[in-house]
Design a protein around this ligand. Structure first.
Ligand code: MLC
Length: 425
């Protein structure tokens, strides 16, 4: 086989340009998605969580008291889930148990979305998996290819270490690939893995993730095929990514490290909410002009000129994003994070409720959380044709990423994960 030696390719030299209409980016359709519902044996009440913490012997009395307070205030209900490797006494954070957790989440989510879209595994063209803290070899994307016996020429990517906003990074990568390659589909799988990331020390900032992070995952099937327009739920409108990693403070804000006793965990800075607020501001400054009505853009501009050009005193104007979106899916980082976003974006309690419900029912499920929120909206009130959906996620880096979707039809899917929804946030 003749391999390309680089340099100008015949198509680069072709003087005939594609007609303008063909040069427009290809549309990206979301056919369907699934969110994972863990087994009943993995259900963890507040009492079971605290009892496990007590008997595992890793925590001192002050840490138990701190966890008791966090569990009460974190916004999680009595029905979130932890994996077997963490639930057994004593915990067994082995590679085998971490793999078991990953396999259950990945395989169930992918199987469900393939079933819902009637796509055979051999007809999948691209697989993108993001998981921040568990990255075995072969990779998680290889596990999917192996389990579902996908084609040898399936294109796979495995994004690691990219935190809770990586679900939108995966969607952004899928968008770029689908805009480049005609007639393809792509499965995006977003998850986090808890088993080997449980913290067994007494540093408060590293104990908070134990109290908030829970098992979850989502699989999303995207396509650029014209024939899929007729069955797709949504069309992707925008992906806006903001990376604040140039600043030390932002970079260190969510940071995996050892504590003073050598126990590994993820440290969450007390300044996280302030840093998230800053990254949000940068993100919406780019997003605003793409989505806001002209009147809001004008108010924003007038405020900017009065402060920056005319030197007048006053607060910067936060545009009213309620005028740009009918539905908002905010990353379920913790009660404090959702409260802060509600305040900063001047959202109504009704718009925030699906995010609060998802935090309450499933906990902080990292990069998949925005899909649990959308699934809750679809199941409980439905999405109308033409509605605009804003997904916004924060995470280590520090990053704030947005995805905007437009509904192509009325969507009232009854997601299994929301059919029992036992208690209310
Ligand atoms: C953890 C909370 C639920 C606690 O709620 P409370 O109402 O109790 O809030 P509070 O702020 O008064 O905090 C209670 C006590 O906890 C302490 N406390 C709070 N945050 C702390 C931190 N990061 N490190 C150490 N201590 C901390 C406070 O000092 C206080 O101590 P004292 O009682 O002694 O005064 C909330 O603060 C919250 O939601 N915080 C944000 C959680 C977060 O960072 N989520 C993002 C995860 S990262 C993510 O999702 C993305 C990713 O991983 O990429």
């Amino acid at each position: 086989m003749e391999l390309s030696r680089g340099g100008a390719q015949p198509q680069d030299r072709c003087p005939v340009q594609r007609p303008k209409v063909l040069r427009r980016p290809r549309p990206v359709y979301l056919l369907n998605y699934s969110v994972y519902k863990p087994p009943e044996e993995w259900r963890i009440t507040h009492e079971r969580f605290l009892e496990n913490s007590r008997v595992c012997g890793a925590f001192n009395e002050a840490s138990i008291a701190f966890q008791t307070k966090m569990v009460a205030n974190g916004g999680l209900g009595q029905d979130t889930y932890l994996p077997e490797g963490v639930l057994v006494r004593p915990p067994q954070p082995t590679m085998a148990n971490a793999r078991k957790e990953a396999e259950m989440v990945l395989f169930d989510s992918v199987r469900d979305v393939l079933r819902a879209t009637n796509v055979h595994p051999r007809n999948v063209d691209i697989v993108i998996v993001n998981c921040s803290l568990f990255n075995p070899t072969p990779s998680l994307s290889a596990m999917i290819v192996h389990h579902f016996k996908m084609r040898p020429n399936v294109i796979t990517y495995n994004l690691s270490g990219m935190g809770c906003s990586a679900g939108i990074i995966s969607i952004g990568l899928a968008k770029e690939l689908l805009q480049m390659h005609p007639n393809k589909n792509c499965i995006v799988v977003s998850t986090e893995n808890i088993t080997q990331n449980w913290y067994f020390g007494n540093e408060r900032s590293m104990l908070i993730p134990n109290c908030l992070f829970r098992v979850g995952g989502a699989a999303i099937l995207l396509s650029n095929k014209a024939t899929d327009y007729w069955r797709a739920k949504y069309e992707l409108q925008h992906v806006v990514r903001t990376h604040m990693g140039a600043s030390d403070e932002s970079y260190k804000c969510v940071y995996q490290r050892e504590d003073e006793n050598g126990k590994v965990g993820v440290h969450l800075s007390k300044d996280l909410m302030t840093i998230a607020g800053r990254s949000l501001k940068a993100n919406i400054t780019t997003l605003g002009p793409l989505v806001l009505p002209f009147s809001e853009q004008l108010l924003f501009l007038a405020n900017l000129i009065s402060r920056k050009v005319l030197g007048m005193k006053g607060k910067s104007y936060v545009p009213d994003f309620k005028k740009a979106f009918e539905h908002v899916c905010i990353h379920t980082g913790g009660r404090g994070v959702i409260d802060e976003m509600e305040k900063q974006l001047r959202m109504t309690p009704a718009l925030m409720q699906p995010s609060r419900d998802a935090l309450h029912r499933y906990g902080n499920v990292s990069s998949s959380s925005i899909w649990y929120v959308l699934a809750s909206i679809e199941t409980k009130k439905g999405v109308k044709r033409g509605d605009r959906v804003w997904q916004i996620a924060f995470g280590s880096g520090f990053k704030c990423n947005s995805a905007v979707w437009r509904a192509l039809r009325h969507v009232h899917t009854q997601h299994e994960a929301w059919l029992d929804a036992p208690t209310k946030a």
